[in-house]
Each structure stands twice: as C-alpha cells, then as structure tokens.
Design a protein around this ligand. Sequence first.
Ligand SMILES: C[S@@+](CC[C@H](N)C(=O)[O-])C[C@H]1O[C@@H](n2cnc3c(N)ncnc32)[C@H](O)[C@@H]1O
Length: 210
Amino acid sequence: MSEFWDETFKGEKMIWGQESSNSAIIIKDFFLEHNVTDILIPGIGYGRNAKVFCDNAINVTGIEISKLAIKLARKNISKDIQIHRGSVTEMPFDTKNYKGIYCYSVIHLLNKYERKSFINNCYKQLFFDGYMFFIVVSKKANMFGEGEKLSKDRFKIKNGLKVFFYDEESIKKEFNNFGLISFEEIDEPVKHMKNEPPLKCFLIKCQRNE
Ligand SMILES: C[S@@+](CC[C@H](N)C(=O)[O-])C[C@H]1O[C@@H](n2cnc3c(N)ncnc32)[C@H](O)[C@@H]1O
C-alpha cells in the first residue's frame, strides 16, 4: 500500500490541492469550543487538513504510510510536526491519549477486520470524554457500484484502491460500540477541481464514554 501512495505523491504532487476540507474547518471550530488542543490525525497525508488545526494552535500528531506524504507535510506545516510512519492498522504508535481524533477519508480504505480494530484502537487512544471524528465515503457517492465488487459495499475502483462505501446501517454496526453520538450526510466540495460535483460523505462523531 505504501508504494501506491508514494507513487501518488511523487514529484511533490499535492493531488487534492492545499485547501482544507469543509469538515476540517467545522471540526477545528468544535475542538476550539471544547478546549481540545492536542489531536491525532491517522492518515494525515501531506497535511492539507492538518494545517487548519495547526494554524489554530491545536497540536497535531499524525500517522501516515507514505514517506513522500510525510516529507510534504513537514514542508507544508512544520519540520517539527510529529508524524509516525506506518499503517493505521498497526496502531498505537505512542502511549499518549488524545482529546480529539480527526480522520478524513482513510477508514473506508480498510477491510472489515482492519476497520474494526482501527476504530477500537482510535477509541482507546482517547481520554475519557474525548471526541473522534471520521469522514467516510457514502453509498450515495457517484462511484458507488463502479469497478470490481469485492464484498458487500466494497469495490475495487478505477485507480485500484479498495473502497468500502458506508450507509446508515454499516455506520451503526461499526461505531455503536465506540461511543457513536451522531452521523450526518455531508457534501465535501472537490475544491481543487472546477465543475466537479461534491463527494457524498458521512461525518461520524463519537465520544469516549468508558
Ligand atoms: C484519501 S487520502 C486522505 C489524506 C488526508 N487524510 C487528507 O485529508 O488530505 C488517504 C491518506 O491516507 C494514507 N493511508 C492510506 N492507507 C493508510 C494506512 N493503512 N495507514 C496509514 N496511512 C494510510 C495515504 O497515504 C493518504 O495520505
């Protein structure tokens, strides 16, 4: 997997542009209102979403599988940003607890066993009362159903990535035991491409309660 992502970021390509997604901006405000000043971002990429948190004095630790993405993130944000290199399926990478976790467009890349253990590992890295947010692709996205079907709601899409598409039922099934508070449908504008329809996603919010 790391080869695929290194290839994607080759030549310092920031394939999704530099603007943060709408969800990152909204959740940054939520974290500031709730005094969350230290967060974990699994699958941090080259930092386009991390930047909005860092610019608002929220300390960010990242996890990322691609060494090229990490290099770009250090260039874009700060050479001192803490990013653990490895797969989110091997969490935890540190013994810290966090008041917040923000994870954009990563969990749906995992298979069902990996997703379950990833959600559990994120939950365990939260302080009691801490919040975790996941932005996941929805079955309402245009690309749902395209490519080779691997299992229920999971497809190998054009670029070769394996993607699980969520709906209300699968969100409840996977997150109910991990402090699920709410989930809502959101449209994430594809800001780096003109005339591209927004990506249909879900914003999932959980809070550690035990
Ligand atoms: C769709 S991109 C989203 C990037 C980033 N979250 C953002 O908001 O810009 C997925 C990112 O997760 C990384 N990634 C994919 N699978 C991973 C894994 N198993 N563990 C850690 N990082 C992973 C990729 O290298 C890539 O940077």
